[in-house]
Design a protein around this ligand. Structure first.
Ligand code: ADP
Ligand code: G6P
Length: 355
């Protein structure tokens, strides 16, 4: 039978290539929402789903229509739309948004096979993360908010080397080859989705060190679309102005190469946007409060909430730079969006009862 709830689920899309920090972002996001999300209890141990009191995160790899062998036989990558079932993705995200539970398939990343489905109940906040949350227009239209993690090739390469060489024992050559092999499909099917995102976190090599190729110090941009309902961009000092700010000095300790912020209006794929940028990294996370106190519209519930979140998860990758800072800020903006949508539905219901 159908499990029908109130139909108040809001849907968030998070797009990025794999190995680009989606799971780290998810951990920051669910922490802002008030509780770590965990794999479903008593289910398939290879489930990709994460569940907390408020939030369910589903991995869109579960909508692979071709398993690993199928992809080999057909000669398509996981990035190729032909390896994914967008009809089912649409039906199930729509059902969850309408308050109806679904039997979602499981793509088993260990075996490369499709496992028997798991029951997903409609949560308050549904996050769909993966390669294609904004690819299919029907799915895209269901999203209340969308985010794209845009990791530049140089940085992606540095991260992959760190992980695949250190943890998985791959050679430099094989890592290069696998990135090159993915690139055409990445460019064709994944990258174009960023034009639809309400917020983009762009990660680039630093400009503070001439000819840096280490990829350790990062320049990170938070690109926020203007005119999105329930989302009002963060700003530095004065909304709509153009600002360049070096916070280092008496109140913020910076070692080489320092920290530089920038803020201002811009256009992105013909959309008006506000862009906040941070180049460099923090020496002392507790001093982040100095930066936080100069940012406005951050949707915190108390003074210093960003700094508190960053300190709480200082062990996550990117905590000392703009990736962690901007992921935390986006988390706060999504919490705000959720609360506004819920409040507006509640008042609409109240109006309807009065009438
Ligand atoms: P995904 O879920 O997209 O596959 P993860 O969040 O698991 O990505 O991150 C994959 C790897 O990338 C991490 O183990 C880490 O080495 C690196 N990484 C992710 N985010 C960052 C970051 N902000 N700064 C530095 N390295 C990062
Ligand atoms: C992407 C997908 C995964 C897939 C992987 C490798 O990262 O997100 O679902 O497993 O590519 O694909 P392969 O065909 O080599 O298993």
């Amino acid at each position: 039978g159908e499990i029908r709830c109130s139909g108040d689920t809001i849907v968030i899309g998070l797009a990025a290539d794999s190995g680009c920090g989606k799971s780290t972002f998810m951990r920051r996001l669910t922490s802002v929402f008030g509780g770590a999300a965990e794999p479903p209890k008593g289910g398939n141990p290879d489930s990709n789903t994460l569940i907390s009191d408020t939030t369910t995160v589903i991995c869109l790899d579960d909508y692979h229509s071709l398993d690993r062998t199928g992809r080999k036989v057909e000669g398509v990558t996981a990035l190729d739309p032909r390896a994914n079932n967008f009809d089912l993705m649409y039906e199930q995200v729509k059902a969850l948004k309408d308050g109806i539970a679904v039997d979602k398939p499981i793509y088993n990343h260990v075996s490369g096979l499709l496992d028997p489905p798991e029951l997903i109940k409609p949560p308050k906040i549904l996050v769909i993360e993966g390669l294609h949350p904004m690819y299919d227009q029907r799915v895209r239209d269901l999203l209340d908010f969308s985010i794209y993690l845009d990791i530049s090739n140089d940085v992606k390469f540095a991260w992959k080397i760190q992980r695949d060489m250190a943890e998985r024992g791959h050679s430099l050559e094989s890592i290069k080859a696998s990135i090159e092999a993915r690139k055409p499909d990445f460019d064709a099917y994944i990258d174009p989705q960023k034009q639809y995102a309400d917020a983009v976190i762009e990660v680039l090599p630093t400009q503070l060190i001439p000819d840096d190729n280490e990829g350790k110090v990062l320049r990170v941009k938070l690109i926020m679309k203007e005119g999105v309902k329930y989302f009002s961009p963060v700003y530095l000092f004065d909304e709509g102005s153009t600002v360049s700010w070096i916070p280092c000095g008496r109140k913020l300790t910076c070692s080489y190469p320092g920290i530089k912020f920038a803020y201002g209006p811009d256009t992105y794929y013909d959309h008006e946007v506000s862009v906040l940028e941070m180049d460099g990294q923090f020496d002392r996370l507790d001093e982040l409060i100095y930066v936080e106190s100069h940012l406005s519209n951050i949707s915190t519930k108390f003074y210093g909430e960003i700094t508190q979140q960053m300190l709480k998860h200082s062990d996550f990758p990117g905590s000392n730079n703009g990736t962690g800072l901007f992921q935390t800020i986006v988390g706060l903006k999504i919490r705000d969006l959720f609360e506004q949508i819920t409040a507006s539905k509640a008042s609409a219901t109240l109006e309807a009862t009065k009438a």
